[in-house]
Design a protein around this ligand. Structure first.
Ligand SMILES: Cc1cc2nc3c(=O)[nH]c(=O)nc-3n(C[C@H](O)[C@H](O)[C@H](O)COP(=O)(O)OP(=O)(O)OC[C@H]3O[C@@H](n4cnc5c(N)ncnc54)[C@H](O)[C@@H]3O)c2cc1C
Length: 465
């Protein structure tokens, strides 16, 4: 007789537990492998240094009455949403890249345009099943082991392996009614976002296309059919940021409907706008026709894999900084002078309260995530210097950055942002010190990457085509 999903879960869980136990027995540090990653750090999988959780990729139960889903950590966002939408439900926060996994999103502090209301993905979680560094299995929730529950968010696999998640669901509708408001400055964008964040809307984000031109996008769930509908998932659809730019150039305010899946993953094709660098590297004209015929290559799964396999990430400044609302204008002015990178993504976040490692753990009324992703063409020394300048500035302004990207902090500065004493005591209490490298060690980039464009491209073609 075939095993049920929960029986399969238990069987695979035991295998992972055994792996962790065997590393613990020989006092060897391990990292977590699940087959993909949206981090920009270089990565090399070696079986002897990783615990493999790739089989934990099942949606175990969707409980419509209790409005929650029991899900394994290696389930990606597109699969999760596909399953929950069958019941008209959705996680309150769905990170916008389809390949971000539940476990990676919790450990990496994933967020989205509903985060002004609900916080980050982990804020929507109710309970975790966790394998500790000694192989012991425990659960953590707001009531049971709450210090681990809060501590594990944004801990990058340095406190335990999450093997099952109970995640809250909310009712969804077929469409998002999206209103585009053109803005003439970053300041105007920030004040409009602040104003809208206290209104009963579901989604808020913004893009600055240049210093004097941007858009703030406000979304609400809708069943109405009375407005024009735009989609962003088909090969001949426009990339979302180009669509938003065109609309806001031609209109002061524009309203339309976007089907729910298209809205959630609207930035997938083109990876926001980072995909355009693929065109410039290979000297392909960046026009609608080439975007159409190369569509299969320009989605986040392929592009981030390409970034990792070619090791090109040190040619680009790819960082997300979170700032308290009262300091975000100062930070933007500083970043503008140093980088002059456009477009810039703006995403408001509800501040974290107890999740001390999380990128939104900032004392303020509203946190602003500023996504600065673009080409910088610098030698390695100047590249690191530029990163350091922004790291120092964000700390000075009581901000934090998301640690999925390169981190260049010296240890004493890093541990001024994060609470070392609290973190070490948590690691000790939950037996993490022997088995899992600490968060500083895991996120620090200390070397120049060796790039290999041809080898990387061939590997990705083999993987996906
Ligand atoms: C250009 C760019 C833009 C981005 N923009 C956004 C954005 O707009 N919004 C957003 O939300 N995010 C964004 N991200 C970041 C993304 O959300 C995080 O990198 C997230 O962690 C990715 O999830 P993953 O499944 O790929 O995780 P991975 O990269 O595989 O893992 C992240 C960390 O979690 C650990 N881990 C994974 N699974 C487990 C587990 N089960 N138990 C314990 N530890 C585990 C890994 O070891 C690793 O340290 C962006 C990334 C890039 C490159």
């Amino acid at each position: 007789m075939a095993m049920t999903d929960i029986e399969s879960h238990k069987a695979d869980l035991r295998i992972v537990q055994e792996q962790v136990r065997s590393f613990f027995a020989v006092r060897t540090e391990i990292k977590i492998y699940h087959g993909s990653s949206n981090s920009t750090r270089a990565f090399k999988f070696e079986k002897s240094k990783f615990v493999d959780i790739s089989k934990l990729n099942r949606v175990i139960e969707i409980n419509t009455q209790g409005q929650f889903v029991l899900v394994e950590p290696n389930v990606p966002m597109d699969l999760l949403v596909e399953q929950t939408l069958k019941y008209g439900l959705i996680p309150p926060v769905v990170p916008e890249f389809p390949g971000i996994t539940v476990g990676g999103g919790i450990q990496g502090g994933a967020e989205e345009s509903a985060s002004f209301k609900y916080g980050l993905l982990h804020d929507c979680c109710l309970e975790y099943e966790v394998i500790l560094g000694n192989g012991e299995l425990i659960s953590a929730s707001r009531e049971k082991n709450p210090d681990l529950f809060w501590g594990i968010a944004g801990s990058y696999g340095s406190l335990g392996v999450i093997t099952l998640v109970k995640l809250k669901l909310i009712p969804a509708k077929d469409f998002v009614h999206l209103t585009y408001h053109t803005v003439k400055s970053f300041q105007e964008a920030v004040s409009l976002i602040k104003q809208k964040s206290s209104e009963p809307v579901n989604f808020i984000d913004g893009i600055m296309f240049s210093k004097y031109f941007g858009v703030v996008m406000i979304g609400s769930f809708s069943d109405s059919q009375k407005l024009p509908v735009s989609t962003f998932s088909k090969p001949n659809d426009e990339w979302f940021y180009l669509h938003a730019k065109k609309l806001s150039k031609n209109n002061f305010k524009y309203e339309e409907l976007v089907p729910i899946r298209d809205y959630i993953f609207r930035y997938n094709r083109g990876a926001f706008w980072m995909g355009r660098y693929g065109f410039s590297i290979f000297k392909i004209p960046f026009i609608k026709f080439t975007r159409l015929i190369l569509n299969g290559l320009f989605n986040t799964r392929v592009l981030y894999r390409l970034l990792r396999e070619t090791n090109l990430s040190q040619l680009y400044f790819i960082q997300d900084f979170n700032l308290p609302s009262e300091k975000v204008l100062d930070f933007f002015d500083f970043a503008e002078k140093q980088l002059e990178i456009y477009p810039v993504w703006i995403c408001p976040l509800k501040p974290g309260l107890e999740d001390k490692l999380s990128a939104n753990y900032i004392k303020t009324d509203l946190v602003f995530n500023i996504g600065l992703w673009g080409e910088v063409q610098k030698d390695f020394k100047s590249f690191v210097k530029l990163n350091r300048l922004l790291e120092v500035k964000s700390s000075e302004l009581k901000g934090r950055k998301m640690l999925y990207a390169h981190s260049y902090y010296p240890p004493e500065e890093f541990w001024k942002v994060y609470d070392l004493e609290w973190y070490n005591s948590l690691r000790k209490k939950y037996s993490a010190t022997v088995t899992f490298p600490d968060i500083y060690e895991k996120t620090l980039v200390s070397e120049k990457y060796k790039t290999s464009i041809l080898k990387g491209v061939l590997k990705v073609i083999k993987l996906y085509f």
